[in-house]
Design a protein. Structure first.
Length: 346
């Protein structure tokens, strides 16, 4: 699959529903090993109220779900009780086209069930923990919110991590108890509290936002929701994004960083994107017929430079291509903001 093909199809609610039914996600048969410590939750999404959204890495469909055994978590010492909302997610990787499922959970700090929430859609009055698990309820990562704003990043920790009273640099560890899991003795499995996950809570700053190979999104692989190697990086106050294809090309990455870090003219052309957290601009390498293209899909802009540009152009011409396509993106976004469209006709 080429880089250009990645964003063309998206993920509709109907497509997510069909994939979910065909994959066996949310069904008892999804367990590959019936003696596994964690068994997949059995649940049925309410597709009639499902909504579709997206971020820079994934197309996402999220739906309320009816669970045979309702997930129950307790963040010890943080004022929460076993009272929250859980939703099912179907995610499609924008780059690879891979589809997988996961769970999203919200627990409010006052112990009351939070109001409805969605992927990248948290109520402004929400204070508490929103986190992601795979379909077996194993913690992946998440965030602690204060009045609808991210205040802490939640990452998997270990026993003996720093306690709140010993916290330094804004980080401390708390145990997340799972009160509705599986415990198995031989072939006999039954529901019972079985698991404690130690969660590190760190003050939310650009330095504490998790970074990884995929640079964001929920993360994981496979229909079971993956092993949680990646992190759900929130959208920053501006969204000029360097795709991993740029990072993997040392020459192009060097040019890009020099422009971003030290060229005021180049950065001035990106002002519209830096001032608006509703639109994204991604720089990447891919298959193009020319030196570069600029594509707009809704609120997402993609500048794709020819994947061979480092071999076929001098560094100065590559720099000029960055400027040329950045100007195209700036012009198109200005047209959208003023005219409501970037399509020019007679």
């Amino acid at each position: 699959m080429t880089e250009l093909a990645e964003n063309m199809n998206g993920l509709t609610v109907q497509q997510a529903r069909e994939w979910f039914a065909a994959s066996g996600a949310g069904k008892p048969s999804a367990a590959a090993n019936k003696r596994a410590k964690h068994k997949p939750y059995v649940f049925t999404p309410d597709w009639s109220k499902a909504t579709a959204s997206e971020d820079k890495n994934y197309y996402v469909v999220n739906a309320s779900a009816t669970f045979e055994s309702r997930p129950g978590f307790l963040l010890k010492g943080y004022g929460t009780t076993v009272n929250g909302l859980s939703k099912g997610l179907v995610l499609k990787d924008r780059r690879t086209g891979e589809i997988f499922a996961a769970l999203m959970h919200a627990y409010s700090a006052d112990g009351k069930a939070p109001r409805d929430f969605g992927y990248r859609n948290v109520p402004q009055d929400f204070t508490g923990l929103l986190f992601y698990t795979n379909l077996s309820g194993e913690f992946v990562n998440g965030y602690y919110y204060a009045q609808g704003k991210i205040s802490k990043v939640a990452r998997k920790g270990s026993a003996g991590s720093v306690s709140p009273s010993q916290a330094r640099s804004g980080c401390f560890s708390v145990p997340l108890e799972q009160n509705s899991g599986w415990v198995c003795v031989g072939d006999n499995c039954y529901h019972k509290y079985t698991n404690i996950t130690y969660v590190n809570l760190c003050d939310y700053t650009e330095e504490t936002v998790p970074h990884n190979a995929n640079d964001g999104g929920y993360g994981g692989t496979g229909s079971s929701g993956g092993d949680g190697d990646t992190e759900p990086k929130p959208q920053p106050s501006y969204n000029v994004i360097k795709d991993s294809t740029i990072t993997q090309s040392p020459k192009i990455d060097c040019i890009y960083e020099a422009l971003i870090q030290g060229n005021s003219s180049f950065n001035n052309m990106l002002t519209a994107f830096k001032a608006n957290n509703q639109i994204n601009l991604t720089f990447r390498l891919g298959a193009t017929s020319g030196e570069g293209t600029t594509l707009r899909t809704g609120n997402n802009y993609y500048i794709t430079l020819n994947k061979n540009i480092g071999e076929i152009q001098h560094a100065l011409w590559t720099t000029a291509t960055f400027f040329h396509e950045a100007f195209h993106a700036q012009l198109r976004e200005h047209a959208v903001s003023v005219l409501g469209t970037d399509v020019v006709s007679s």
